[in-house]
Structure formats: C-alpha cells, structure tokens
Design a protein around this ligand. Structure first.
Ligand code: NAD
Ligand code: TYD
Length: 378
C-alpha cells in the first residue's frame, strides 16, 4: 500500500536508523525526514539512502506551527513517527527551557497540525497514525532490588528477564506511574501526556513507546558509549559520574528501529509499549567492557587503559537504575531483541574506530566549547 510517512528527527541517532530501515524496506512508501539539524542532527548519517527517489529531506523546526501545517498538506502525510527531541540529560540540566520548547511545545505543534489536517479530510482519521517515540526515563528510577551478591550485568535477552523473575526485581511496566526527575525526562513525560490527551479529547489515532538506552553507530559522542570509545582511543580521561554504580538497560539501536517498524504497522491504537533489552549493566562494568574491546581491537595490552577511568562529581538527580519489562511487546507482537550485547558492542566499537572522520566532524566547534564550559564548573 502506498503511504506518505513523516519521520521527525530523522537526522539524529535513532531517527537515522529508522529512516534507513523504512526507505530500504518499503520502496512503495514516500518517506519525508523532517529535522532542524541541531548540533545532534547530521545528514552524513543518511548518505546511503539520500539518493532514493522515495526519500525527501525537509529542514524545519517542529515548533514552527505554520510550517508543520503546510508540510503535512504538501506531502499528504498519513503517518507520523515522531522522534525529534532534545535528548541529552546533561544539557537539560544546564538549559531546561530548550527542552520544554522542543519536546513539549514542538510535540504539541505537530499534534495540532496533524489534527487540523486529518480532521479536514473526508475520511478523517481513518488510516492515519501518530507514533510518539518516548523514553523509559519518564518512569523515574528503580531501586536496586537484586539480592546481595547478585550483581548486574543481567543480560537476559534470550531468556526474557529470567533474572528479574528469579530475584523478584522491579522493572518498568506500561502501567508504572510517571515520576520523571530530570528536565529531559519531565519534558518527555509532558509530551507523552499531550499525545494521550489528543487521543482522549479529539480521537487522534496515536501510539506511544517508551524505550531503554540505545547504543550503536551514529550516536552523538556526548552520550556515554560513543564518548568513552572515542576517549579510550585517544587516551583521554573517562569522566565517570559518582561511583559508576548506576544501572542502565542497553538495547542495540537496530533492534529499536525494528520495534518501531512493527509497532507503527501493527501496534494497537491508543496503546503503549515498553521496549528494552533485558540487558542491565552497571556503568562501571560497561566501561570495563568498552576499554577491553577498544584495547583488543587496537592491538593494545589487555585493559591497558583502565587508568583512564576518572571519577567525577555525580550528575544532579542521577537516576540509579532503569530496567524495562518488554514482555507485552514480545507477547502481543512477537518482538524481541535480535542482538546479544556482546555482538552489539563489538559492532559498535568497530564502527566508531572505523569512522573517525565522522566523529571528528561532529566533535568539532560548538560541541567542544560546550563541554569545556560544563567541565570547568565541575
Ligand atoms: P538525537 O539527539 O540523536 O536526535 C534528535 C534529532 O532531533 C536531531 O537530528 C535533531 O536535529 C532533531 N531535532 C531537535 N530539535 C528539533 C526541532 N525543534 N525540530 C526538528 N528537529 C529537531 O536523539 P536520539 O537519541 O536519536 O533520540 C530520538 C528520540 O528517541 C528522542 O525523542 C528521544 O527522547 C527518544 N529516545 C532516545 C533514547 C536513547 O537512548 N537515545 C532512548 C529512548 C528514547
Ligand atoms: P547517557 O548516555 O547520558 O544516557 P542517560 O543519562 O540518558 O541514561 O548516560 C548513561 C549513563 O552513563 C548515566 O548513568 C550517566 C553516565 N555517564 C557518565 O558516568 N559519564 C559521562 O560522561 C556520561 C555522558 C554519562
């Protein structure tokens, strides 16, 4: 079936993987990638699909309501996959207004434009879908409930959360109460509420997903994994917040993109799905894996660069543990992660080591000045 799909934030990390998947897998669809190209958006992420005849790029700000109205009509958009956002917690602590503007008002602007356009059509909302991509961080933080002596990593993707079940550990479910702590997660929570309110008030056919931490190629090197791979390579200090005890649940980005494809097509309207890897790691253990992998691939001595680990002041409001229960998605739509962590991390490290030019391009200019300022204040 012919469809006209708008993907917002398609020049960013996850968005670029979603655009690539859709352009390649659905040659019968027209794909419009709308992105403001902030510091995090980079069209170099999409070099391999930019010449496809079914692909268009539009440089625009989702907060520009008039522009959103025009472009939805111009491209006769019938499906929206909304990823555009400010996404880095540390930046949100420094500049919360930008997060409220883009994540809350930008999402509202897109919702309202979609509502006006779709309600003006003879068929109304029939065959339409607004898919909002959100994060597990809206749920707040989980306790470290594993018993003494049983420590993460819990990499149980293949056995679907057997650690959690065996040890009665807590994790985020679709009905977990929202309890965001950072300006980033507060802004994402607010946007989720607006999306659901548009369904309840106007009948907007929407779906929301909340995903755990992603990793893989094309992630901006301000986030833990690409930043640390690059620093290990160049033997720069690795700034570990607090004691490195915080736990994150890591999912390979292509598995997230596959879940988005499935849910866009088959997810139930007005429903929520959690997406995660059943793959919990303490930061410090994950960092050791990164050091080990980079050193091995560069032919250095095993764990030669452990002394780069530098404990720095903790992040304000630093959530102790995130862990997603994605059994609903597995049960109802048959999705599960296809990459084991070892394979995903090996691919990821190799990609950054082989794409130094990409890293150099994105780490020049504004990015460096920004971080100089942040670290000067620590
Ligand atoms: P990213 O920061 O890499 O990319 C965001 C993209 O949005 C960039 O291309 C940027 O230019 C664009 N953008 C920002 N403001 C815009 C605006 N006002 N108008 C138009 N475009 C704008 O982010 P990401 O890591 O790819 O995350 C994508 C989405 O997935 C976000 O909504 C994020 O909250 C969510 N998410 C991310 C993770 C993760 O681990 N990275 C996990 C769960 C959910
Ligand atoms: P990050 O990649 O920023 O993702 P999020 O905050 O959305 O989970 O950080 C992942 C974890 O790594 C988080 O617990 C904070 C920690 N961290 C550091 O210890 N040092 C760093 O320089 C960064 C960027 C993150």
């Amino acid at each position: 079936m012919k469809r006209n799909i708008l993907i917002t934030g398609g020049a960013g990390f996850i968005g670029s993987h979603v655009v690539r998947l859709f352009v390649r897998k659905y040659p019968e669809y027209n794909i419009v990638n709308l992105d403001k190209l902030t510091y995090a958006g980079n069209l170099a992420n999409l070099k391999d699909v930019e010449d496809a005849s079914t692909y268009r790029f539009v440089k625009a700000d989702i907060c520009d309501f008039e522009r959103m109205r025009e472009m939805l009509r111009e491209y006769k958009i019938d499906g929206i996959i909304h990823l555009a956002a400010e996404s880095h917690v540390d930046r949100s602590i420094k500049d919360p207004f930008t997060f409220a503007r883009t994540n809350v008002l930008g999402t509202l602007s897109l919702l309202q434009a979609a509502r006006e356009y779709w309600e003006s059509l003879p068929e109304g909302y029939a065959g339409k879908r607004f898919y909002h991509i959100s994060t597990d961080e809206v749920y707040g933080a989980l306790e470290m409930t594993h018993p003494e002596g049983v420590e993460p990593p819990f990499t149980t993707a293949a056995s679907s959360g057997s650690y959690h079940l065996a040890y009665g550990m807590e994790f985020f479910r679709e009905d977990t109460k929202y309890n965001p702590h950072s300006p980033y997660s507060a802004s994402k929570a607010s946007s989720d509420h607006f999306v659901r309110a548009f369904h309840d008030t106007y009948g907007m056919p929407m779906v929301v997903t909340n995903c755990s931490n992603n990793y893989g190629p094309y992630q901006f090197p301000e986030k833990l994994i690409p930043l640390f791979i690059n620093n290990i390579r160049h033997r720069k200090p690795l700034p570990v917040y607090g004691k490195g005890e915080n736990v994150r649940d890591w999912l390979y980005v292509e598995d997230h993109a596959r879940a988005i494809d499935l849910i866009f097509h088959e997810g139930k309207i007005a429903d929520t799905y959690n997406i995660g890897g059943f793959n919990e790691w303490k930061n410090i253990d994950l960092i050791r894996v990164l050091i080990n992998t980079v050193d091995r691939l560069l032919g250095r001595k095993e764990l030669e660069d452990l002394d780069l680990i530098t404990f720095v002041k903790d992040r304000a409001g630093h959530d102790i543990r995130y862990a997603i229960d994605s059994t609903k998605l597995q049960r109802e739509l048959g999705w599960e992660p296809s990459f084991q962590f070892e394979e995903g991390i090996e691919r990821t490290v190799r990609w950054y080591l082989e794409n130094q030019e990409w890293l150099d391009n994105v780490t020049s200019g504004e990015y460096l000045r920004y971080y100089e300022e942040i670290y000067a204040n620590r």
